[in-house]
Write a protein that binds this ligand. Sequence first.
Ligand code: AVJ
Length: 325
Amino acid sequence: MTTLAEAARPLAAADSAFRADVLAGLAAPRRAIPARWFYDRAGSELFEAITALPEYYPTRVETALLRAHCGEVAALAGRGRAVIEFGSGSSAKTPHLLSAIDPAAYVPIDISGDFLRASADALAADFPALPILPVEANFMAPIALPADVARLGKLGFFPGSTIGNMAPAAAVDLLRTMAGTLGEGASLLIGIDRIKSSDVLIPAYDDADGVTARFNLNLLTRINRELDGDIPVDAFRHRAIWNAAAARIEMHLEATRPISFTVDGTRFTMAAGETIHTENSHKYGPHDARLLLRAGGWTPIAEWTDAADNFALILAEARAPATAP
Ligand code: AVJ
């Protein structure tokens, strides 16, 4: 359902970015649409449902790590900083961190504007004295932080292994952009999912209840609604594949029969079995994860994992690397 506020919203820059990404992605020899476009209102809600699935271990493990170790994070990162969260979504994990580090301000950044504001309002009820300054933005680009936090020390918070959506080279670029946004002396608390057996990974991205399938297919519904499309959504099925060589889960939307459709006046055809690649979720071993951070301008100073080493929470500092051997 479209709310009045949504219907009245003028054509924003984000809409033309969505259109450009979808049209280019559908026309490419290997069809692919960036994963950030999953997160309309329905997609954000479906993702929240994914985080509660028994098969989807990352949220559960990371939340337990945060709960167990936020005191240590506070001791290492220091209190009274501004916490800047990248891709805050529902801000579900944030209260643990905020209670422990007693920040001077909280800046949630998310691409899904109405979801961002609703989450900020909910959090404000639990932290009435905390200045909450939401920023609606795609964090892949440099972000101007609110002037109120300019003079404060910064703690970046990038949970959920969202970094895994990017290929390693793009992840390094993003980490460098974050270091630029947060400035000298900043810290970053980041969650990174580990490489593990595909017996655990595949069900996490292809659950028995089909919630992840609905999350993936919702992208097509969004395209139809927002970009005047007539994609036959029922002609697609959700696929989750472990690409061992690239150490990543790939999500695809596979055409189950030959189809033809239009989006924004452009016609596309797909043969049965052809796919639209909709998400990568890269996984990292212990050495890879730390190397990734260093390459991105961040020096790891502490790391916490669960007993099964399924997920890692890493605290790092923005520090110029020593150039001499
Ligand atoms: C939000 C990108 C971390 O890759 O695990 C969950 C998204 N996709 N199930 C992930 C997702 C399918 C999630 N991230």
